[in-house]
Design a protein around this ligand. Sequence first.
Ligand SMILES: *Cc1c(COP(=O)(O)O)cnc(C)c1O
Length: 488
Amino acid sequence: MTTTTDVRRSLPAVDALLAHPALQQAQSRHGKRLIRRAVRQTLDKERACLARDAGNSRLPTAAPETAMTIDALAEKSLARLSQLARPHGRAVFNLTGTVIHTNLGRSTLAETAIEAMTQAARHPMALEYDLESGGRGDRDRLVEELLCELTGAEAATVVNNNAGAVLLALGALGAGREAVISRGELIEIGGAFRMPDIMQAAGCRLHEVGATNRTHARDFEAAMNEATGLIVKAHTSNYAITGFTKSVPEPVLAEIAHDHDVPFMVDLGSGALTDLAAFGLPYEAQPRDAIAAGADVVTFSGDKLLGGPQAGIIVGKRELVANIKRHPLKRALRLDKLTLTALEATLRLYRDSDTPQREIPTLALLTRSEASIAETGERLLAATQALLDGMEVTLEPCMSQLGSGSLPVDRLPSRALVWRPLSENRRARAPLLKRLEGAFRQLPRPVIGRLRDGALHLDLRCLAGAEEEAAFIDQLAILKECFAREGG
Ligand SMILES: *Cc1c(COP(=O)(O)O)cnc(C)c1O
């Protein structure tokens, strides 16, 4: 063996590696182009490694024997292939303790909604087609009647999300005029939704009244003028102002607005479609309450407490909703057929099912009993004991959050599987914990938990049902491998 040749030459050509039986076999599952890409990337990486080693090493032996065998290269290519073929949008386990987690896609859907979506994806459907008359229809028809029944409103329309609903409603009802709102409700929701900015984008002038903690009816009265376009109330969904506080009740705001011939709009944020208190959950305002209190337009999300797909729902007075529908932004923000069918199916459960709290996953998870979570915990504890060297696993009480700004200060008692490094050495613990958290994220179906107080907490509230439990347990062997690999 010569040690003076360029080691990079010792790598096989792309085509030679592609001819390897393992890669030929992969053609039954992957396209040729993707396999070629994986092979090329593997060789590029290997070439770079060899060049770096040769450059760094003062030893003349950085040599062909350090180059990999073709079998090893094929194996690396296969590993890269499965990485390249893995979709970005894949399922994870949400064990963060936040049930409606925006970064993890918020609500998962009811089976009937999934079924409806699949049908809509597979077949043409009467989306904007009136099957009675054979003429053109309106896509809002799929859900409008249901929404009116469920909220007591006269009319309804739907858009891409609640941020869009607020933008659209403000634009249609208040552009060029003033939107009057309490200083205590100039909310910011995560991801750059800020009420003052949305108002500006909608072409409204913000007219803030009162103080952060206290706003009175007389503040609103004093603010009304020729340029007033509407009064807005925003649900303070992701914070609570407590202590010496005062806000103006909805019926009073409605009266002030109507005395001055302007609409009263309520952004509810989450908006539960059923009385959550009946299931032992904290009370959350319903669109029905706001309508009954005199609101002319109410907006709320489809994928928060409602438990449906991402959507923004607008319900209210017929004439105002008609104005909103005519606004050009409505077309820009309209819902697609998949979302609409999923939303319809979810709304039907609220109207027609005796047990929506069991069929709508978000509600099922929120109302899951502590005893049921504890049982899951005991089984998982048994399955994870002594699984990883140097890690202790315990089952501990914890508190889940609803999430997505729903009921910000309320917590639900739950159980967490808590992983703690056993090492006596404090400084050795943090990297071990990071390694574990990383290993959970590397799994085929990544497990997302929360690092807190020197431990990884996996809140088991959202690990519900025998299938989910089995899927979690099935991955434990791989976890062990990932953990070892991350350490190596
Ligand atoms: C969540 C929320 C929004 C934004 O709704 P998206 O559906 O996330 O667009 C707007 N206003 C309030 C009060 C909210 O809680």
